[in-house]
Design a protein around this ligand. Structure first.
Ligand code: DAH
Length: 355
């Protein structure tokens, strides 16, 4: 038997009993390492007699190719085996119940603000904002509520200075003024935000949330206001029919002014909004007073429109059956876990607001 035949048969013998990748690696080193059997044969090429060298080299190369390809094939077999083993262990059972990793909840007030913004954006309103700390001028005077006007007392204002020029806004209405001073008509905005009054009981908190609406354009009438509110209430409470009534009222910044009540009934101890023989006041509104428009340099002969204001916290309480307003602001984690919303479920008109 020639040297090469010897090498081949010893390889075969060892190769057939290989059981692991490590053993395979050792075999490879034994034949192809620095002083491996095949490597040595290549080293000895120079000493082979000239007339046999070519033939020997060719046989050696053939043997080398054959052994390497066997080694490679075996290596791949081990790889596949390993992957299959792993897959067996890491099999994913998609029918198992999900684990919940929710670590936070959306506060009902934030949820309701998102819902409201979504509803009004559908009919072309954009969201405007203003600061919590306001001037007395924007909060009252520009809104046609001059000094000594009784409406000022009704607001239980937190003044921040002795001279009563700076205050915590008592309503979101000053954002009407800011928007109209900074931009050109038409105006079509809603303003969700924090408001403050010196008042606290089961239904009043010193800090609460309001939603303001303002639509000023040419030829806007009271019927646009009615249509807009009818649409909003239905969408918000997710009902088909809503009984609504406008009661004459007074706000310095609107003329005429109205308060809006919606119908409801009690069913199994729960309030059902929409129809029934009971009435619930939910907002104030009216046609923007010409004096307000003049104060922001908008010509009331050319432009007119409506405004409305409502309490967001109250809307949230009504829609989600929450009884005590104070719980909203107590930061009780258990309360939030119960009444809060899934952060990944952003309200949209198409998917449903609160489902
Ligand atoms: N700002 C009023 C309040 O806080 C609510 C309000 C009533 C706003 C009528 C308006 C409106 O824009 O037109 O009591």
């Amino acid at each position: 038997m020639s040297d090469l035949d010897n090498i081949n048969s010893s390889f075969k013998q060892k190769f057939n009993s290989i059981k692991s990748k490590d053993e395979l690696q050792n075999l490879k080193t034994e034949f192809f390492g620095k002083s491996g059997k095949i490597t040595n044969e290549f080293k000895s090429l120079g000493s082979v007699e000239a007339d046999k060298r070519k033939e020997f080299a060719s046989s050696l190369n053939k043997l080398k190719d054959s052994l390497t390809s066997q080694l490679e094939k075996k290596y791949l077999e081990f790889e596949t085996l390993e992957v299959n083993e792993k897959l067996k262990d890491e099999k994913l059972d998609v029918t198992l119940p999900t684990r919940s990793f929710q670590s936070g909840k959306i506060h009902p007030v934030s949820q309701v603000i998102d819902e409201i913004s979504s509803i009004f954006s559908e009919i072309g309103f954009s969201v405007a904002e203003g600061p919590d700390v306001e001037t007395e001028y924007n909060n009252f005077t520009a809104l046609n509520t001059p000094e000594n006007h009784p409406a000022r007392d009704m607001h239980d204002t937190f003044y921040l200075e002795e001279n009563k020029k700076i205050l915590l806004r008592t309503h979101t209405s000053p954002v009407q003024i800011r928007t109209m001073l900074n931009e050109k008509p038409p105006f079509k905005i809603i303003v969700p935000g924090r408001t403050y009054r010196c008042d606290s009981d089961q239904t009043h908190a010193p800090m609460f949330h309001q939603l303001e609406g303002l639509h000023i354009d040419k030829n806007i009438t009271m019927s646009h206001l009615k249509g807009c509110l009818d649409y909003f209430i239905k969408e918000f409470f997710e009902v088909k029919n809503i009984k609504m009534r406008f009661r004459p009222s007074h706000f310095p910044f609107t003329e005429p002014s109205a308060e809006v009540d919606i119908g409801y009934r009690i069913e199994n101890g729960r309030i059902v909004i929409g129809e029934g023989d009971k009435w619930l006041e939910i907002l104030g509104c009216g046609m923007v007073h010409p004096n307000v428009l003049r104060n922001v340099k908008v010509d009331p002969e050319k432009y007119q429109g409506f405004a409305f204001g409502m309490g967001i916290d109250r809307l949230a309480m009504l829609k989600y059956g929450i009884n005590d307003l104070r719980a909203f602001f107590e930061n009780d984690y258990r309360w939030l876990t119960h009444f809060g919303f899934d952060p990944l479920d952003v309200p949209t008109n198409y998917r449903g607001l609160s489902k």
